[in-house]
Design a protein around this ligand. Structure first.
Ligand SMILES: *Cc1c(COP(=O)(O)O)cnc(C)c1O
Length: 399
């Protein structure tokens, strides 16, 4: 049966305390107990539905978590104060000192820096591999490996992970497959393809208004409970908790995610096809020239398309900067990092969001100086946008 992520979100029903159509916001850091015994039981993790302290959880955070779990088809979820605040506890919960991680080498710069520079201090080592080659991934697995880590669509190179293939490897070697699905919410449902844990930066498409950072971990009840354990839960103890007011605002934005994703995909697809036909070096999973185009289609929830991210290689950082400045000047978007906004956002990842990755490693993975990453906006008239972008490209001598 087809998986229907947006329908699953919409099937949830909750009212505010006084019948408001939005759930009431829990404006408390701590909660009263009618009996001392219940407080004890809650600390032991045995009092379902009781709230203790908002670093552990709050009603507003649970509502948002439920919506995200429904979207990913997991038993439950735990929201966090940022994407990194979701990703880092997951990895620390799954790995002890001496353990090993096999990770895609094209991942978000912050995650890369965490695995490359930070976790070695805890004696957790990571091998970075080309995630599109299953035999290379398998060869990197050692007896200490605990986690396979990847992004369904990678930042910034838009490589696509074969989640079913990776899940089979994880199963064979008794590993946990953790997938960052930030670039492809609704389009790809990693747990339905065999992943164990899905993480998102809510900062991007899911919240969609570039007004906050946020994150989520979607997984089994058992795993999420372990993250929240008052005794040894990495989320609980590292303390990256989302504020209730913010959780309620992210939930409200999430209600239009399906409409926004369709429009992001439609617009990005239009531009990618035009740019490629113009002879520009364009990477977009929706293009037949993309090495994983067919793979993407074997995994997707079709109605949400190939997503809103595309890259252009314009040859040099100078040209990239010139073009981005001109496009901003013409109000075609903003020269900014991040993604998933109503406006198009563009940046040159080599010198910004992926600058944590050394120049040699960037070269090895194919991250060139002239690469521009676009997060295509919700433009109502994308044909007009294309004409205006083309004029900018002509002006800087790329076309
Ligand atoms: C932005 C991003 C993150 C980190 O999220 P924050 O909310 O900035 O902490 C992680 N993974 C991907 C793919 C991202 O784009």
């Amino acid at each position: 049966m087809k998986f229907k992520p947006a329908d699953n979100i919409q099937d949830l029903q909750y009212f505010g305390e006084f019948g408001g159509v939005n759930p009431s916001i829990s404006d408390s850091s701590t909660y009263t107990f009618l009996s001392a015994k219940t407080m004890f039981d809650t600390f032991e993790g045995n009092a379902d539905g009781c709230y203790l302290y908002s670093r552990h959880t709050s009603p507003s955070n649970l509502y948002l978590g439920e919506a995200l779990a429904a979207m990913e088809g997991t038993e439950t979820a735990n929201v966090a104060a940022s994407g990194m605040g979701a990703i880092t506890p997951v990895l620390l919960q799954l790995c002890d000192a001496g353990d090993h991680i096999v990770s895609s080498r094209t991942i978000y710069g912050g995650t890369y820096a965490f695995l490359k520079n930070f976790t070695p201090r805890l004696n957790i080592q990571t091998s970075f591999v080309d995630i599109t080659k299953l035999e290379v991934v398998e060869a990197a697995i050692t007896k200490n490996t605990k986690v396979l880590y990847c992004e369904s669509v990678s930042n910034p190179l838009l490589e696509v992970a074969d989640i079913k293939g990776l899940a089979a490897l994880a199963k064979k070697h008794n590993l946990k497959l953790v997938v960052d699905n930030t670039f492809s919410p609704l389009s790809i449902s990693p747990v339905k393809l065999g992943a164990d844990v899905v993480v998102h930066s809510l900062t991007k498409f899911i919240n969609g208004s570039s007004d906050t950072v946020g994150g989520v971990v979607c997984g089994t009840q058992e795993f999420i409970d372990s993250l929240k354990s008052v005794n040894d839960g990495a989320s609980m103890l590292l303390g990256s908790t989302m504020d209730s007011l913010r959780a309620s605002s992210v939930l409200k934005n999430m209600r239009t995610l399906h409409i926004r994703m369709k429009q992001h995909s439609l617009n990005a697809s239009y531009l990618a096809n035009k740019f490629e036909a113009d002879g520009l070096t364009t990477v977009y999973p929706g293009l037949e020239s993309h090495p994983s185009h067919t793979l993407f289609k074997s995994m997707w929830n079709e109605e949400y398309g190939f997503g809103g991210m595309l890259t252009l290689d314009v040859g040099s950082l100078e040209k990239a900067n010139e073009l981005m400045e001109l496009m901003q000047h013409k109000n075609l978007g903003y020269l900014a990092v991040s993604l998933g906004f109503y406006k198009t956002l563009f940046s040159a990842p080599g010198s910004s969001t992926s600058s944590e990755i050394s120049e040699e490693e960037q070269a090895e993975m194919g991250l060139t100086d002239g690469l521009i990453r676009f997060s295509i906006g919700l433009d109502n008239d994308i044909k007009r946008t294309y004409q205006m972008m083309k004029a900018c490209m002509k002006e800087v001598g790329i076309l």
